[in-house]
Design a protein. Sequence first.
Length: 101
Amino acid sequence: MDTQRSDRGQVSPLVAVLVVIAAVASLALAELGSGTNDRARARTAADAAALAGVDGGRAAADALAAANHGVVERFVASGGATEVTVRVGDSRATSRARRGG
């Protein structure tokens, strides 16, 4: 009887586990990057919509938010100032603008 133990084939399961771990890490990083991108786009869209809303009202704010891939969720105009909340993906941002002068 052959009592000598062979280590042949032991690396394959280890490599498979490492590949799975690398794939999960890659997906997590991609999701993190997507969320960061949505937050930045929401801030940009909110800033643009607030500035447009000061002179052009809700319609202008909606148009600028849409041009930046966002949706206006809240629009408040009062006394020459505008506050706008915009959603892009799952991220939201609020911005304020005031008429100069």
